[in-house]
Design a protein around this ligand. Structure first.
Ligand SMILES: Cc1ncc(COP(=O)(O)O)c(C=O)c1O
Length: 376
């Protein structure tokens, strides 16, 4: 039976309809996770008819032509600009999300410095210890400050004890829970103080990698600030119907791991073989339709909305705060029913909301109303 002749049973049809209603409703009250739902990619619908697959290196032609490598390269050129990677020394690809980009950065780091020790803070995303287990890399967790940034005194003392081993710094450019940006200048100063010349810095800029390029006073975070590789999520601030991201890396390092593969007639430089061919189109469309100026305006609105939420929450005495240039608003954890209704993220006694573009005053006011009711 061909695909066009296949039919769902009425029961299965109803099941899909119910799911559609469920996700439509869920979208209205989603505030805790960095997943922008404000997008319209209907222009790209016709491409869902094709098994697009970007298998292989986006910069090397492959025999399989149902791909979007041309668009992927355009996206990577934009990200090279956003991350201050000079084009001639940069390489990258569209990943499945921030986690894959972090794994890629750490993989490169391990290939460059096989005996290296990875240093990361206790506020680092939960997937990183798992990646380090997969890659079998030695690692040491560094304390965090209350605002979520890596405690550089603890880093200094730890590095002092391991000066003979090349360090691999895993820097959080916007921590998951508090949106804190690790102090890259401070980290590099410690490396200089100890005359440690051989090192690798990976920047996990999952969310803030799409904020910092557009603000007037960004914290140091990009290639210019010393990052050897950078991972950014695509579905977080940009928004995408499928998870995606981008990893940028130094081309010279990637050349060290590249292997030629006869089967697909290209270079095997990416982590996964088959890769999503649709998400590069999504990212391309987002940049082309909104433009960098459009993103700048969008991010300004998101930051204003974060401040609005912080002020309203503080009027209720919920101890709200946010880090500089962050759209993550941290506050006292409310009752479980409110956490569930607004899909807030929690950790111990705090909760956060993240003002990605689909979060408007109506939702924030709705949360405030619920919190007021809880208090009375
Ligand atoms: C700081 C940070 N790193 C990595 C990730 C993982 O990114 P992804 O969900 O795109 O794999 C997240 C996700 O929230 C994050 O906040």
């Amino acid at each position: 039976m061909s695909a066009s002749a296949s039919r769902l049973s009425p029961d299965d049809d109803r099941k899909l309809d119910a799911l559609l209603q469920q996700v439509r409703k869920a979208r209205e009250t989603e505030m805790g996770y960095p997943t922008n739902a404000d997008f319209d990619y209907s222009r790209l619908m016709p491409f869902l008819e094709f098994p697009l697959n970007n298998c292989g290196d986006p910069f090397v032609p492959t025999r399989f032509r149902l791909n979007t490598h041309d668009f992927e390269r355009e996206v990577l050129k934009i990200f090279a600009q956003l991350t201050a990677f000079p084009l001639h020394e940069s390489w990258g690809y569209v990943t499945n999300g921030g986690t894959e980009g972090n794994m890629y950065g750490l993989f490169l780091a391990r290939e460059m410095l096989p005996t290296g020790i990875v240093y990361f803070s206790e506020d680092t995303h939960y997937s990183v210890p798992k990646i380090l287990r997969c890659l079998n890399m030695r690692h040491i967790m560094i304390r965090s400050q209350p605002d979520g940034r890596m405690d550089l005194e603890d880093l200094r003392e730890t590095l002092r004890l391991h000066r003979d081993v090349p360090p691999i710094l895993f820097a959080n450019i916007g921590t998951t829970v508090k949106g804190a940006v690790d102090d890259l200048h401070g980290i590099r100063k410690i490396l200089r103080d100890f005359a440690i010349h051989q090192h690798y810095i990976h920047a996990d800029a999952a969310l803030s990698g799409m904020i910092l390029p557009f603000v007037d006073h960004p914290q140091p975070w990009n290639r210019e600030a010393g990052a050897d590789s950078i991972s950014i999520s695509g579905h977080k601030l940009i928004g995408s119907p499928m998870p995606c991201g981008v990893v940028m890396a130094r081309k010279a390092f990637v050349d060290r791991i590249a292997r030629s593969v006869e089967y697909v007639g290209t270079l095997d430089t990416t982590l996964s073989g088959s890769r999503n061919g649709y998400t590069p189109l999504v990212l391309w469309y987002a940049f082309k339709s909104l433009g960098l100026e459009g993103f700048r305006n969008r991010i300004e609105s998101c930051l204003d909305m974060a401040q609005y939420a912080t002020d309203r929450l503080n009027e209720l005495g919920r101890h709200a705060w946010r880090n500089e240039n962050s759209i993550t608003v941290v506050f006292d954890k409310p009752a479980e029913a409110i956490v569930r209704k607004w899909q807030l993220a929690t950790e111990r006694d705090i909760a956060h909301l993240i003002t990605v573009p689909h979060v408007h005053k109506e939702q924030i006011n709705g949360l405030i109303q619920d919190l007021r009711r809880e208090a009375s």
